[in-house]
Ligand binder design. Structure first.
Ligand code: T46
Length: 135
């Protein structure tokens, strides 16, 4: 089964622009407790390089594009996000990295939990131990 799970959000275009709707129960299967955005990203920068223990998230690229790498300790997959109408589901205990930010990239993330640094696994070695795949 693929690590990359995407789904579509409601888009309401009209001649003046595009309205996109993000709502618990409409693709997002958790109560949205936090929303954060990444913007003004430096060219050639990369982010992420961690997993979460409990947090579940949905990432949406509101503008421009970026590439997510998802890794469960066995398989590593990559997906490009480039539409405000597409959500990428990121489950707990999945290592994630973000690469290839376009100039105008704005990445929004819908989160199931409030911010907690203790929920992060920031070392890949520790992550492999947690998912039972350390050598
Ligand atoms: C994720 C990917 C997709 C806060 O204080 N509150 C917050 O809500 C967030 C998200 C971050 N922070 C602090 C924690 C760090 O000191 O901001 C700093 C940068 O956070 P982080 O290293 O987690 O940033 P990214 O861009 O590598 O990762 C972010 C999310 O934090 C993370 O959960 O899955 O985007």
């Amino acid at each position: 089964m693929s690590l990359v799970k995407t789904f579509n959000f409601q888009l309401i275009p009209d001649p003046t622009g595009l309205l996109s709707v993000y709502e618990t129960g409409k693709g997002v299967d958790f109560e949205i407790k936090r929303v954060y955005c990444l913007s003004r990203l430096e060219a050639n920068s990369t982010r992420g390089y961690h997993a979460h223990k409990a947090l579940r998230q949905v990432a949406v690229c509101l503008s421009g594009s970026c590439r997510f790498v998802l890794d469960d300790g066995k398989v590593r997959e990559s997906v490009v996000l480039d539409s405000p109408g597409v959500g990428l589901q990121i489950e707990s205990f999945i290592w994630r990295e973000m690469h290839d930010f376009s100039d105008n990239c704005v990445l929004m993330v819908l989160a199931s939990e409030l911010y907690s640094e203790s929920d992060y696994i920031r070392s890949y070695e520790d992550f492999l131990k947690e998912v039972g795949n350390a050598s």
